[in-house]
Design a protein. Structure first.
Length: 96
């Protein structure tokens, strides 16, 4: 098991997890939630999404929801596969 580093400042490290299996709801028939959790402050952000969202969809969601009121983070911790996380970072880089 890899030891997770402790953040040295707020908004530096975020954890992401998806809650899926929800009944469709809202005007866009969302069926999942992306939970973004800031490790330093333990602040959660809940964003409706779709369980089959791509890395690009997730990058846009993070950019619009998580970075709209704070600085950009330097580390993402997720249980998605490394290919998804890599694609997520590639999609976020042009927006930074």
């Amino acid at each position: 098991m890899i030891k997770i580093q402790e953040p040295s400042r707020p908004w530096e490290i975020v954890h992401m997890d998806w809650t899926t299996g929800l009944p469709p709801g809202g005007d866009r028939s969302y069926n999942a939630f992306l939970v973004i959790f800031y490790r330093f402050s333990k602040t959660p952000i809940f964003s409706p999404c779709h369980k089959d969202d791509t890395a690009m969809d997730t990058a846009l969601l993070i950019w619009n929801r998580a970075t709209s009121w704070t600085v950009i983070f330097t580390s993402i911790i997720s249980d998605r596969d490394p290919k998804f996380t890599s694609a997520l970072w590639k999609n976020l880089q042009p927006t930074i």
